[in-house]
Design a protein. Structure first.
Length: 423
């Protein structure tokens, strides 16, 4: 029991005893001394009570933080025990799922909408202790109700958030108005009238299905054992991550693809600035300045840039006259290298004469991500029992329903016509 509760109960007992003694018209000497003792104890307990509340306040805050994060931690620990190998064996041999894998699959099935075995997105992560070609990955932090993107995803490095959706179409109201204040022009004048507080709904609908096929031979199933777990996860993660990145930025909006941020810049209302000159830090500086004057960014290090490797090659070789400083050196001096994502998958290859490329700049304003990537439910794993039946292999189709939208167009800017050679 807390000390403050014990003291409060004792104070209640003292008040009751004092009320009985105070009601007597002619108290005895012993009763008078008892009243003095109880009164002194009551005053001392008041001081102790305040001290106990102060001491327990810190404990309550710590306990509250633990309670707020406990459910997320327990879910993360449960996901850490999910075995993709059990899913493959269940689809191949009909083996029963057990342990944490069975518990997670049962929980996902309760949401419905799966023909095969549902696999959570977290199961496609490369986990601690495993390595990939670029070294040990560092996944982004998981926040409440927001599932993490693939660790090496370009979309993740550009500040996009992947949102888990159970079912149906979902909208996010995002503030788009600029509410301003005004001074009263004189002693009796009125202040500025009310300004409309406007929001814009950013909707995502389950109209786009991404699927990959994986062939696992009978030899692999018999020989790989636990190693099949990491191999299958890396293969699926790489394939789906590359497809997600390309669709998030270059999706055509047709043939089943979502409308990507760069392809649909005009549709989303994103500012597109044609540089149409040799690429330089000056072009990026002007765009960063526009971000700051629009209150979308507070400093240059709050801006992220998506570029092609060819642009890095050109900027690093473009030296300032009479110095050993390149345009790339000037760029990374103001934009941290961690904020620059190079990709040949999420940006179109240089084209035209002279060859020119594009770059996308983003920033997170007010904690709102510039891009939302919605994922409906989990990855649906379905077995094809016929295609590889003669060889005894296992063919799995993984289906994922996803969509892309932009939060606020002011948080993005597209630079086009960054020339990589003189005209």
């Amino acid at each position: 029991m807390l000390d403050s509760v014990k003291i409060a109960r004792r104070q209640s007992e003292i008040r009751q005893q004092l009320a009985e003694l105070a009601g007597k018209e002619t108290p005895t000497e012993d009763e008078v001394r008892s009243m003095e003792t109880l009164d002194l104890e009551y005053r001392q307990n008041e001081t102790r009570y305040r001290a106990a509340l102060i001491a327990e306040d810190t404990e309550r805050r710590d306990a509250g933080t633990e309670l707020e994060t406990r459910s997320a931690q327990e879910w993360a620990e449960l996901m850490g025990g999910f075995e993709l190998r059990q899913v493959a064996l269940a689809l191949d041999e009909g083996r029963q799922l057990d342990g944490q894998t069975a518990e997670i699959v049962t929980e996902l099935r309760s949401a419905g909408g799966f023909r095969g075995i549902p696999v959570p997105w977290q199961a496609l992560e490369v986990r601690a202790g495993e390595t990939v070609a670029t070294g040990t990955p560092n996944p982004i932090q998981t926040r409440p109700i927001i599932d993490r993107l693939f660790p090496d995803s370009v979309a993740a490095r550009m500040g996009a958030q992947m949102i888990s959706i159970d079912a149906g179409a979902v909208e996010w109201p995002v503030t788009t108005s600029a509410v301003t204040a005004g001074w009263a022009d004189g002693e009796t004048a009125n202040v500025a009238g009310p300004t409309t507080y406007a929001t814009t709904d950013r909707a995502m609908s389950p109209d786009h299905n991404l699927g990959i096929q994986m062939r696992i031979t009978r030899k692999t199933l018999k020989q790989s054992g636990a190693a099949l777990e990491q191999a299958a996860r890396r293969d699926m993660s790489g394939a789906m991550g590359a497809a997600m990145d390309q669709a998030a930025f270059l999706g055509t909006g047709a043939n089943g693809q979502p409308l990507g941020v760069i392809t649909g810049a005009a549709t989303y209302g994103i500012t597109s600035t044609g540089v149409d000159a040799l690429a330089s830090w000056g072009a990026f500086r002007s765009a960063v300045t526009r971000f700051m004057t629009a209150n979308a960014a507070g400093s240059p290090d709050a801006v992220r840039a998506l570029i092609r490797p060819e642009l890095w090659d050109f900027l690093d070789g473009a030296l300032i006259d009479g110095t050993a400083v390149s345009e790339w050196d000037r760029l990374v001096k103001n934009l941290p290298s961690a904020n620059i994502a190079m990709t040949n998958n999420a940006l179109a290859a240089p084209s035209g004469s002279p060859a020119a490329t594009s770059s996308l700049l983003t920033t997170a304003a007010g904690g709102v991500a510039p891009i939302f990537i919605g994922a409906w439910g989990a990855v649906d794993m379905i077995r094809d029992p016929y295609s590889d039946a003669q060889s005894g292999g296992l063919r799995i189709t993984a289906l994922a329903t996803m969509d892309v939208t932009v939060a606020r167009p002011a948080q993005l800017e597209l630079l086009t016509g960054l020339q990589l050679a003189a005209a």
